[in-house]
Design a protein around this ligand. Structure first.
Ligand SMILES: Nc1ncnc2c1ncn2[C@@H]1O[C@H](COP(=O)(O)OP(=O)(O)O)[C@@H](O)[C@H]1O
Ligand SMILES: [Mg+2]
Length: 346
């Protein structure tokens, strides 16, 4: 194979997946120019790749913890069902050899192979951070109702596991590791412990019965919404699709769309969910504790990456280092919103 065309800092590109190998494995045609990293990736590394066959999003799966391939296989089923139902989603390119979502390809500098997925690229812009427009909020609320109504079922709920809030031991370990790493935000972690304990208790207080869960996208919010031609929204990133309590999923989507500060936007999203056939769902403290629990899970995940106890490429660890202070900062606001949710939505 001809060498890969590469543009990027040499210490970063060395462990990128080979564009030529991705293009060959997924039968995309020869690459035209280098792969370009895409912003807004949350957990993985995403590149744009132009080839003779078109333009593609190449995602390198980074969080390859236990059972991740089974989880991805289950999530892939949800993604295909959502496409069949006509939701606005970038179309995946399956691995032609195996038919599934994943392929393994060499990295530019050798070492372990990289696990990658490929989608057709949708031209447009990422949805800006901050509260979305009423148009996007309406679209997203309606899309969530349709996803909840897909009726995907699973005989085995384990591949769709729900993210747990950090246990007492897990939080203590993170605090210890942060202090040992000497990061500047380490002293702020210990005092957050009491809030973590309250969230854990509330989120675990009334676990929803298994038959109350729905299979859903799991993170329908700005980070995964793109705005295509004439601002038409599309929804990326189905890799974490799984079983969730519907009220918690709706609360997370609506509050994130309003960036936890614009409650008109939150109400538009909730209204659109109902108008598109979504059930009336309670948005009380238990549901919102579940949302905070997931936020804390994300904080712990990024702390682990930032201080190196969860392996990640150097630039991804730096991304987490910048994100952690922002997540810590956002925690107080979210806790306050949860306390006053009835008043804020009335
Ligand atoms: N097929 C695609 N077409 C256009 N943009 C895309 C596509 N796939 C991903 N993106 C962009 O890349 C960003 C990161 O992709 P995503 O799948 O959300 O990665 P992560 O799992 O790291 O969150 C998305 O928010 C979106 O802006
Ligand atoms: Mg994403």
């Amino acid at each position: 194979m001809a060498p890969d065309p590469v543009v990027g800092p040499p210490d970063e590109v060395v462990d990128w997946p080979s564009a030529r190998a991705v293009a060959a494995l997924f039968a995309l045609g020869d690459p035209i120019g280098p792969m370009v990293p895409v912003g807004r990736a949350r957990s993985n590394r995403v590149f744009r790749l132009r080839t003779e066959g078109g333009t593609f999003a190449v995602k390198e799966m980074l969080d390859t913890g236990s059972a991740w391939e089974e989880n991805l296989e289950a999530a892939w089923g949800v993604e295909l069902r959502a496409i069949e139902a006509g939701l606005s989603i970038p179309h995946p390119v399956p691995n032609p050899d195996e038919g599934g979502p994943l392929g393994w390809v060499p990295r530019l500098g050798g070492g372990d192979d990289a696990a990658v997925r490929v989608h057709h690229w949708v031209a447009g812009t990422p949805c800006p951070r901050g509260p979305v427009t009423p148009k996007v909020a309406r679209w997203a609320g309606g899309a969530l109702a349709r996803i909840h109504g897909l009726g995907v079922t699973s005989p085995d709920p384990t591949p769709y596991a729900r993210p747990e809030p950090p246990s007492e031991e897990a939080w203590a370990e993170v605090v210890r590791a942060g202090e040992a790493a000497g990061v500047f935000w380490a002293p702020v972690l210990r005092p957050i412990g009491s809030l973590v304990a309250v969230v854990r208790e509330r989120a675990g207080a009334a676990p929803p019965p298994p038959d109350a869960l729905v299979v859903t996208h799991g993170s329908l919010d700005q980070s995964n919404i793109g705005l295509g031609g004439r601002g038409t929204p599309f929804l990326c990133d189905w890799d974490r699709a799984g079983l969730r309590p519907p009220a918690e999923d709706l609360a997370a989507t609506a509050l994130n769309l309003g960036a936890w500060m614009d409650f008109d936007v939150v109400r538009v999203a909730l209204g659109a969910y109902g108008a598109a056939g979504g059930r009336e769902l309670p948005l009380g403290e238990n549901e919102l504790a579940g949302v905070l629990a997931r936020y804390l899970g994300r904080l712990v995940f990024n702390i682990e990456r930032a201080i190196g106890i969860r392996p990640a490429p150097a630039e991804v660890a730096r991304r987490s280092s910048r994100l952690v202070p922002e997540l810590i900062d956002g925690l107080g606001l979210r806790a306050e919103v949860v306390r006053r949710i009835d008043q804020l939505l009335s």
